[in-house]
Design a protein around this ligand. Structure first.
Ligand SMILES: [Zn+2]
Length: 287
């Protein structure tokens, strides 16, 4: 009887011990799981909060909703994987916003003829630099001979060099040989002076015929926007003409020998930039 009672007591001690041994690990594991979840949510929320700019607020709050529901299903890498998702959303959103303002295909080619000129060309180079603009300079052979340092400055600034013949004559009146000399000697002096080849030809007055076309292998470059800067010599009218007729892919004709052109150029570039245009060389425009 005494033995039976003692056995009975041991039985309850054993049962209690067993329950404690089973229940303790389970509750500990549950606690750890709970803490992990909590910290995943906290980490992820912190990352979202640190993302700047209010334009993403809406995306953030949606993401936070997804985040919490997903966190309750997942453990471990939840926060970082969601954070990756966030970045993707931000990039897409950012590109959309950028796309409204800058269309990278909206290009114009600025071209300057009849130089180089010691004062006007230098002023134009400064303005182009300010707008990070690359342009094409169609130089006259006789001007390169007179102002070799200016020609070098144009080359050093990274612009494209073009051939505009030697002495600004109408080549269609000259005959084949004289026309060829006008072009060939200009190409030679541009390359000898600057170390860079002229890659295009623009005939003076845009005057061409079959004979002139046969005198060079360089591509013939004309224009679709004539600023008439040589005629009005008015810095304000430069912008008026550009505003009226410039479109995507335009080649704009100006002359870097008139002070009014240099004086009006800043306003022209500011306007075109605000319209989303970028400024490229003729070669870049045509490629
Ligand atoms: Zn010209």
């Amino acid at each position: 009887m005494e033995k039976a009672r003692r056995n009975h007591r041991y039985f309850w001690i054993d049962i209690t011990f067993l329950i404690v041994m089973i229940a303790l690990p389970i509750s500990t594991m549950s606690l750890i799981t709970l803490i992990t979840k909590e910290s995943a949510v906290t980490q992820a929320s912190t990352k979202i909060e640190t993302t700047d700019s209010h334009k993403f607020e809406l995306v953030n709050s949606n993401t936070l909703g997804n985040l919490i529901s997903e966190t309750s299903l997942q453990k471990g890498n939840t926060a970082s994987s969601l954070n990756q998702k966030d970045s993707t959303k931000y990039v897409a959103k950012d590109e959309e916003i950028k796309g409204d303002y800058v269309d990278s295909n909206k290009k114009v080619a600025l071209t300057f003829d009849d130089g180089p000129h010691p004062k006007v060309t230098m002023q134009i180079l400064e303005i182009l630099k300010k707008y990070d603009a690359k342009a094409t300079f169609f130089m006259l052979g006789n001007m390169v001979e007179k102002y070799p340092e200016i020609a070098k400055n144009v080359q050093r600034a990274g612009h494209e060099l073009g051939n505009h013949a030697w002495s600004h004559l109408d080549l269609t009146n000259l005959g084949a040989e004289a026309a060829q000399n006008e072009i060939a000697e200009t190409s030679a002096i541009i390359e000898n002076t600057t170390g860079q080849k002229a890659t295009e030809f623009r005939p003076p007055y845009g005057a061409v015929d079959g004979t002139v076309r046969n005198q060079t292998d360089l591509p013939f470059i004309f224009w679709d926007v004539d600023t008439l800067d040589w005629k009005h010599r008015d810095s304000k009218q430069l912008l008026t003409h550009v505003k009226d007729i410039t479109k995507e892919g335009s080649t704009i004709l100006m002359h870097d020998i008139h002070q009014s052109t240099a004086d009006g150029l800043d306003a022209v570039l500011a306007y075109l930039q605000s319209e989303g245009y970028t400024f490229v060389t003729v070669s870049d425009l045509n490629n």
